[in-house]
Ligand binder design. Structure first.
Ligand code: SAJ
Length: 426
């Protein structure tokens, strides 16, 4: 529960900051929300669930998040959480501009002795080389008039089980007092394990490592998907077989690409940091290359399948089901579907696009409209609405070719309808 009437400011009310703000308010803290997006602030003030996470629906009406209209109000807060994006630019270089802007805003307005926690995903060294100097230039002494900690976010959008209330966390700081303050704060709001790290660098390294781990494992099965396809082996069956081993194996699945705010982004933060130290993360780079190649591979599969029915891309009516990077959420960040669409457009295909979670970017109003207008189909996201499409319906609507970018349809039943089916590695 809240510690001695401390006030919490959350800078960045997105998929990380907003649930955290709600949780802090639920635990009895007086919470102040700050965001550059004034429209979002107004929505938070109206009590809207601005991230759409269902588990928050029942908590929000019972809590109050005060909106910070002027940044000088930050001075009232004892704990300042920075939860802003850390994307990469078009050349995959880390973009820390949001973290810098947020840290500068806090440093300009913060009360002496307050705690600052960076939750955004950053590489080892960012707190030391970027965040700490901002506060020192503002006249603070780290460990005395400001305490800086890093507690990397672990939000998994759309996850029905794991969320900010129950996901274990790690925390690191520059010194003991800062670490203690951060540990006490997180233990007061989260029931799960809060692990103190030996340094702020270790805390920064944990998140980058866990997401790079995921990226390389996905790249591994994506490469296998390509090679096993040449051998006529269904890699998803092989993965299921390997997963019968009760230890030392963790299943990952091939797909048309790796999207999202974390997995395809975080490895680049480590790659670029290591480069500064003249170390080349070859393995991470190659994994990124493999995963970035999957949208191209998906389009090649479609080309091969169209050729089997005497079709080329140009002028062919192609349905694309899915825009979001992940099933059952409407999030376009780094989505492979967008790359697939761009490649198909370059090749002259006529596209009919539908995503029930991203209607504003769909040019068809329903699955049925896509099926009625298309000769070929690409499944780019494994939304539950697509998984339930009956193979007979596909046949009835005249679909001749399907590339299942998420291996989420029933291959055998579709083949029985006389439709050409190509999965990713199956
Ligand atoms: N993907 C694959 N094959 C897989 C798993 C994922 O192709 O076996 C693709 C997905 O289709 C998606 C992308 O990778 O396009 C990312 O998927 P994700 O399930 O990792 O979802 P994210 O991006 O929401 O990742 C979050 C991360 N959480 C945090 O960074 C705090 C990640 O660490 C989690 O491992 C992941 O959720 C999770 O486990 O669901």
């Amino acid at each position: 529960m809240a510690q001695n009437n401390q006030k919490v400011c959350v800078i960045g009310l997105g998929y990380v900051g907003f649930p955290l703000a709600v949780l802090c308010a639920q635990k009895g803290y007086e919470v102040f929300g700050f965001d550059r997006d004034k429209e979002k602030l107004e929505r938070v003030e109206r009590g809207e669930n601005v991230v759409g996470e269902k588990y928050l629906d029942k908590i929000i009406p019972k809590v109050k998040i005060n909106i910070i209209c002027e940044e000088k109000e930050i001075k009232n807060c004892d704990i300042n959480i920075i939860a802003v994006p850390t994307p990469v630019d078009k050349k995959y270089y880390p973009d820390l501009s949001f973290v810098v802007a947020a840290a500068e805003t806090v440093a300009k307005n913060m009360k002496q002795g307050a705690l600052v926690v960076i939750e955004s995903t950053i590489n080892p060294g960012v707190c030391e080389e970027v965040v700490k100097p901002i506060f020192e230039r503002a006249g603070y002494i780290v460990g005395k008039s400001v305490f800086i900690a890093h507690c990397p976010e672990r939000i998994n959008p759309g996850d029905p089980k794991w969320n900010v209330t129950n996901i274990p966390r790690v925390v690191g700081s520059f010194e003991k007092k800062g670490l203690r303050k951060a540990l006490n704060f997180y233990k007061s709001i989260i029931s799960a394990q809060i692990m103190p790290m030996g340094s702020i660098f270790e805390a920064e390294a944990v998140k980058i490592m866990e997401n790079s781990f995921r990226d390389i494992n996905i790249a591994f099965v994506n490469e296998l998907a390509k090679s096993f396809a040449l051998m006529g082996i269904d890699v998803t069956n092989v993965i299921r077989g390997a997963a019968t081993k009760p230890f030392a194996f963790m299943a990952h699945w091939p797909s048309c690409g790796v999207g999202g705010h974390c997995i395809p982004v975080d490895p680049y933060y480590l790659i670029e940091k290591a480069k500064e130290l003249n170390f080349d993360h070859k393995f991470l780079r190659v994994a990124r290359e493999i995963n970035n190649s999957m949208p191209f591979y998906t389009v090649e599969l479609l080309q091969d399948a169209l050729n089997l029915v005497g079709k080329a891309f140009k002028g062919t009516q192609i349905g694309v089901l899915g825009l979001s990077y992940k099933a059952n959420v409407g999030d376009l960040r780094e989505s492979p579907a967008l790359k697939i669409i761009s490649l198909l457009k370059e090749r002259g295909a006529c596209l009919h696009i539908f995503d029930p979670y991203v209607l504003e970017k769909s040019n068809a109003k329903s699955i049925r409209k896509v099926l009625e207008r298309s000769e070929a189909l690409v499944i780019a996201t494994d939304h539950k609405e697509f998984v339930s499409i009956a193979p007979g319906e596909l046949k009835k609507r005249g679909i001749k070719v399907i590339v299942d970018g998420k291996n989420c349809l029933d291959k055998e039943k579709i083949l029985k309808q006389g439709i050409i089916y190509k999965g990713i590695g199956r």
